[in-house]
Design a protein around this ligand. Structure first.
Ligand code: NAP
Length: 300
């Protein structure tokens, strides 16, 4: 597994991250949780060292499942980068909340569920329109000085919001985790990847396989568009001698901003197989061909 530095944090992690959103399945049954634990073990065995959580995944159950694996595997925690997110609240009413008390309380609950002393990275999950820069910065200070969070980042932030928050805190924002896949290419146009590359912030891509392996959230593809994209992905998969879904990862990995795709499968064989994408010598020509197949027209 290739490794990269996360932002300029000095923390090294696997290039592919493992996403823990699906670890408790749909209902958190015993069988689903066991499947989740097997997925985590498969990811560790396959060389993933960066694990992405959020306080809301499975209403906390995903962090618990992960914590059980850690408890059963003494010594493993120190080899991993454990990242969680906060700022979305579901338990009363669906709102974003970057108040200091909510951020600090959320992290304390995550640490308890994970059974660890410190998060290696904390990301703010989605921008709170009512974010007070001063209050958010104060939450970071408190968590960092208490040793509860080592480093910080954001998710689903536009560059202007990231810069505004950065101006208020001495803690460097090391990550912007956004949706990037062959259905959603906004990050190519909205400045997120430009900022990440220019400022050496690590872009993490959520739902990396959407549009190729499965229908994206809010799918807008027509039947023709999808068929065109699948046909080009098929051609490329045959050319590179890999499974078709790996082309979606190669397309992300080719970008010079050093995107870290977050693999969300709970199937051990797929978790292991995803690492093969790192070995594809993917060409600039094919990158553009796939984009043009998606768009249905040549770039201008
Ligand atoms: P994904 O890797 O694109 O999708 C995983 C899903 O695709 C699973 O249901 C998996 O099924 C299925 N799949 C994988 N390979 C497949 C194949 N070859 N053919 C058919 N189906 C296939 O990513 P994701 O799980 O949607 O998201 C990844 C991570 O991103 C999450 O775990 C979470 O950590 C993060 N995330 C962040 C945000 C945010 O707002 N920051 C939002 C969403 C997600 P199996 O499990 O059955 O293999």
């Amino acid at each position: 597994m290739q490794t990269i530095e996360i932002g300029k944090s000095g923390q090294m992690s696997s290039r592919l991250a493992y996403g823990c959103m699906r670890l408790a399945g749909d209902n958190g049954t015993v069988e689903e949780r066991e499947r989740g634990k097997a997925a985590v073990r498969a990811a560790i065995e396959s060389g993933y060292t960066l694990f992405d959580h959020a306080d809301i995944y499975g209403a906390g159950a995903c962090e618990e499942v992960f914590g059980e694996v850690l408890a059963e595997s003494p010594g493993v925690r120190d080899e991993l980068i454990i990242q969680s997110k906060c700022g979305i609240r579901f338990e009363d009413i669906h709102r974003y909340d970057f108040s200091k008390s909510w951020i600090v309380g959320s992290v304390e609950n995550s640490l308890q569920r994970l059974g660890i002393e410190q998060l290696d990275l904390l990301l703010l999950h989605r921008p709170d329109y009512l974010m007070s820069l001063e209050e958010t910065a104060a939450a970071f200070d408190e968590l960092h000085s208490a040793g509860k969070v080592a480093a910080f980042g954001v998710s689903n932030f536009l560059p202007s919001t990231l810069s505004a928050l950065q101006s208020a805190t001495p803690h460097r924002l090391q990550v912007n985790q956004v949706e990037i896949n062959l259905h959603n290419i906004e990050a190519l146009h909205n400045g997120v990847l430009d900022q990440c590359q220019a400022e050496r912030i690590t872009p993490q891509a959520w739902c990396p396989l959407a549009g190729i392996a499965w229908e994206a959230w809010g799918n807008t593809f027509s039947v023709e568009q999808s068929a065109r994209l699948q046909a080009e992905a098929r051609r490329q998969a045959d050319h590179y001698g890999v499974e078709k879904w790996l082309i979606a990862l190669a397309w992300l990995l080719r970008h010079p901003a050093n995107i870290s795709p977050i693999i969300g499968s709970t199937t051990p064989a797929r978790i292991a197989a995803a690492t093969a994408a790192l070995g594809i010598d993917y060409s600039r020509e094919d990158w553009y061909r796939l984009l043009e197949a998606r768009n249905g027209e040549a770039v201008p």
